[in-house]
Design a protein around this ligand. Structure first.
Ligand code: ADP
Ligand code: ASP
Ligand code: MG
Length: 462
């Protein structure tokens, strides 16, 4: 089971998590995965940026705030016998964190490798605290980092890819013996290490992924994701007030939703679970008796609804390659994707005008500049591409549901309902699975488009 940041946000929440672990471990063998406490990872991102600019004063203030809040929580949740050791461990981590920050400030350089190292402190601080809280309610626990638990990744810092075979083997070897001794492993989410031992992260929201990887390695019967809402909902409840919890959803649908919903679950987290057909329960740690959402291999009946949910990815941009000479010139598309790929730009959506005069790619906003520069270098001045255009204020809207497969007229309803709200659609793509239709609108139109679709397909409470 994995606890998200809000489920560990303060001492009472952590004690609540400890009780949930206690209850579940009476009848089950449990591995616990911990996210960073509350907003710690965001604060660490800020520290990294401040240090890079050399603003040590503000960085240090933020760091002190993180240290103090963790120490305070630790003293409130640890059993009397454990407090001293736990505090010493947290202080040591805080000193390491400070040194890292100072190193970045000194060099005014933040590499993706040093950034991952800095971000790792969120989970490295939270995990021993949760382990101590679980010990305080009478459980035997052991705090481990992702690497100690056996997860190895490649060296694509910031978005590292787990090396499945070796990870599964190592996790099995290291965690099973703890169970045999009735010890509950409490593992840092989000972080792992390369085979050489450098700390990596699995991408933001990566604790979900840690949980599913460990579960797949151990052949778990179930994965439980404890979060701050009652489950996966028909839309982001912050955008759509009457969004409802989905009781059942298939891996295929959940995959599309998490890929296009960005925030609720790490986009790759469902892969290990889906591959090994391990059902995933998403539940609210404040209301553990609510049913929550079950993600499983079963195709759900969907309540005869064609569309199940609507999601949004913010902070994306469109890069468009324009050139009349592209018409009929073979290999242009290949060159475009090769260039973007070798510059580590992930393409989230593509479309090509049928006249072949344009190719548009949707990428994360932070990648727009790099993408444009790389494409200019690779394509301009060769006679077929005239210019590369960019638009930065975009977001992706995705409509997801297995009922869409083979149902005619869904696209017409999608675009009709958005058009009635006078929202302009800039680009369209349909996932090859037919589980989703996704399109691009301007950043400011995003929430309105989500609400229009939610209503069109009758997804909310009446
Ligand atoms: P955690 O810290 O538990 O990992 P996250 O903040 O990563 O939690 O994800 C949970 C949040 O995702 C919810 O509070 C909700 O605001 C947001 N969210 C976005 N889309 C959805 C959705 N379709 N269903 C449920 N929550 C969603
Ligand atoms: N703490 C990490 C993040 O905020 C990982 C996670 O919470 O899943 O992205
Ligand atoms: Mg999350």
């Amino acid at each position: 089971m994995k606890f998200g940041g809000t489920s560990l946000a303060n001492a009472p929440r952590i004690k609540n998590a400890a009780r949930i672990i206690q209850r579940s471990s009476q009848e089950n063998k449990v591995v616990v995965v911990a996210s960073a406490i509350g907003e710690t990872t965001d604060q660490l991102v800020e520290i990294a940026e401040l240090a890079k600019k050399g603003d040590l004063e503000r960085a240090r203030k933020l760091l002190n705030r993180i240290t103090l809040s963790h120490l305070k929580i630790a003293r409130l949740v640890a059993g009397r016998g454990d407090t001293r050791e736990l505090v010493a461990r947290l202080e040591q981590l805080s000193t390491d964190l400070e040194r890292t920050m100072e190193g970045i400030a000194q060099l005014r350089e933040l590499t993706s490798r040093s950034r991952d190292y800095l971000l790792s402190f969120g989970e490295r601080l939270s995990t021993p605290i949760l382990a101590a809280a679980a010990s305080a309610v009478g459980l035997r626990t052991r705090a481990l980092t992702g690497a100690e638990a056996g997860i190895a990744t490649d060296d694509n810092f910031g978005e590292a890819k787990p090396l499945l075979e070796i990870s599964y083997h190592q996790v099995h070897q290291r965690l099973e013996p703890l169970w045999t001794r009735k010890v509950i492993p409490v593992v840092t989410g989000f972080i792992a290490a390369t085979v050489e031992g450098s700390i990596t992260t699995l991408g933001r929201g990566g604790s979900d992924y840690t949980a599913t990887l460990l579960a797949a390695a151990l052949g778990a019967d179930e994965i439980w994701i404890w979060t701050d809402v009652d489950g996966l909902m028909t839309a982001d409840p912050r955008i759509v007030k009457n969004a409802v919890v989905l009781r059942n959803i298939s891996f295929g649908e959940a995959l599309e939703l998490s890929y296009f919903g960005a925030k609720m679950m790490h986009p790759r987290a469902l892969q290990p679970a889906g591959q090994k057909k391990i059902p995933v329960q998403i539940k609210n740690s404040s209301r553990p008796n609510q049913t929550g959402t079950l993600v499983s291999a079963n195709e759900s009946d969907n309540g005869r609804k064609v569309v199940k949910a609507v999601s949004i990815i913010r902070d994306v941009g469109i890069v468009t390659i324009i050139g009349s000479g592209m018409m009929g010139a073979p290999g242009v598309a290949a060159k475009v994707f090769q260039t973007l790929g070798s510059n580590n730009v992930n393409v989230m959506m593509i479309s090509q005008g049928s006249s072949e005069a344009t190719i548009s790619c949707v990428v994360a906003r932070r990648d727009v500049e790099r993408a444009v520069r790389a494409l200019q270098l690779a394509l301009l001045g060769q006679g077929y591409v005239d210019r590369i255009a960019e638009e930065r204020d975009a977001c992706i809207i995705a409509v997801v549901g297995s009922g869409m497969k083979g149902t005619p007229g869904v696209a017409a309803r999608v675009f009709g309902s958005v058009a009635r709200k006078k929202v302009n659609v800039r680009m369209v793509a349909q996932g090859s699975s037919e589980y989703n239709i996704s399109f691009i609108v301007s950043e400011k139109d995003g929430p309105e488009a989500v609400r229009a679709l939610h209503e069109e397909f009758g997804l909310g409470t009446k």
